[in-house]
Design a binder for this molecule. Structure first.
Ligand code: F0G
Length: 357
């Protein structure tokens, strides 16, 4: 049977009734890709849940389809969110699809170009503030409390409901729950959603075990690891540049209940992992996503794994969202030569790989 989208597929597990529109861009149903080379390097059975292959290029589509469908059901005309980029892209796309107005608040100069392009082309009202994500979310909360506008950040419970379906897919694709689920942590909604999903699927008899949840913040934004909000979060991974995560408490519960942990990775570790998954596995995910694999490398170095464990890394967004980072990180522009065979052969002889340009 053709895939009918997230709401239709998982309606028995979602807050769906006969009045809920079956809104869809065919989100979800993303591949679980075995990391053949890195599994050998790390002595693990390692997989990527590649959420970058959702319709707007990130996992946000899962939560947004649900939140926008419910907003439509409730008669809302306008949705609003704060965003480091991916939420705004998803909100703008589903609002367009559902015929709603969309307003997005972003931190000026701190969102990837592709994400900005998406919000604009889908037709959202895009407003950049001289402030960070945390401040943007505060303002959105204030405005949506006073006006008939639906808040679609992950503090909207329908977002978490939609996002939990990724855990269902992981179990179905692997044939069991993995030993470990590694995931980037920004506003901390997604780790909370996965944990909810794994628990519900186990209760439904679909798996017999639960994974340990390993969440990774970026070092310059590691509020949960430090145990206090960070006023000026900084990281190359702009997606997770968040100093006061809204779902802080449920993320800590996910880590504790599952006997996992919330840990952190440095920007260098993130960029190293980002390059490695592209150059060794052919998978291009954005830097924020690479925090999950950077975290697995860190835990491996620290002796956390016995060997052979099944580990699923959530790659939350597509690498094409942020092409500038790719070019800057590898520090390579294509070599330009004359249009003849000899010049091309000379160039091939001098080039050993992108980093050599
Ligand atoms: N990875 C990517 C690519 C993201 O865009 C985000 C969050 C996360 C990880 C972290 O997920 O917030 O649920 O812990 N992006 C939000 C946004 C904040 O506005 O797009 P989280």
């Amino acid at each position: 049977m053709p895939y009918e989208g997230l709401i239709q597929t998982y309606k028995n597990y979602l807050p769906v009734n006969e009045n809920t529109p079956l809104l869809t861009l065919k989100e979800g149903n993303t591949p679980l890709i075995r990391a053949e080379n890195l599994s050998k390097d790390l002595d693990l059975d390692l997989y990527f849940k590649f959420e970058g292959l959702n319709p707007t290029g990130s996992f946000k589509d899962r939560g947004m389809v649900m939140a926008v469908a419910k907003a439509m059901e409730e008669g809302s005309k306008t949705i609003m969110c704060a965003s480091t980029g991916n939420t705004s892209a998803a909100a703008a796309a589903y609002a367009a699809r559902g015929g709603l107005n969309c307003i997005v608040l972003i931190p000026n100069n701190n969102i990837a170009l592709g994400k900005l392009a998406q919000a604009i082309i889908y037709g959202a009202k895009v407003i950049a503030i001289d402030g960070n994500f945390d401040r943007a979310l505060e303002i959105v909360r204030e405005i949506t409390a006073k006006h008939p506008i639906t808040l679609v950040n992950s503090v909207n419970p329908y977002r978490i409901e939609g996002q939990k379906t990724a855990a269902f897919e992981v179990v179905d694709q692997l044939g069991k729950a993995p030993d470990v689920l590694a995931i980037p942590v920004g506003n901390a909604g997604n780790i909370s959603a996965y944990w909810k999903g794994f628990k519900e699927y186990k209760e439904a008899g679909k798996s017999s075990t639960l994974p340990r949840m390993l969440g990774f913040e970026a070092e310059g934004a590691m509020a949960i690891v430090k145990g206090e909000p960070i006023a000026n979060p900084e990281t190359v991974a702009t997606a997770i540049r968040i100093g006061n995560p809204a779902s802080w408490k449920t993320a800590v519960i996910a880590a504790e209940e599952s006997q996992g942990q919330i840990n952190y990775v440095t920007d260098d570790e993130i960029l190293e992992a980002y390059r490695t998954i592209a150059s060794r596995e052919g998978v291009f995910a954005e830097p924020g996503s690479a925090a999950s694999i950077a975290g697995v490398y860190k835990m491996k170095r620290e002796g956390y794994f016995k060997g052979g464990e099944s580990v699923v890394c959530v790659l939350t967004g597509h690498g094409l969202k942020d092409p500038n980072i790719a070019i800057k990180t590898v520090n390579a522009e294509p070599l330009v030569v004359s249009d003849n065979e000899a010049a091309v052969m000379d160039a091939i002889a001098t080039l050993e790989g992108a980093a050599q340009v």
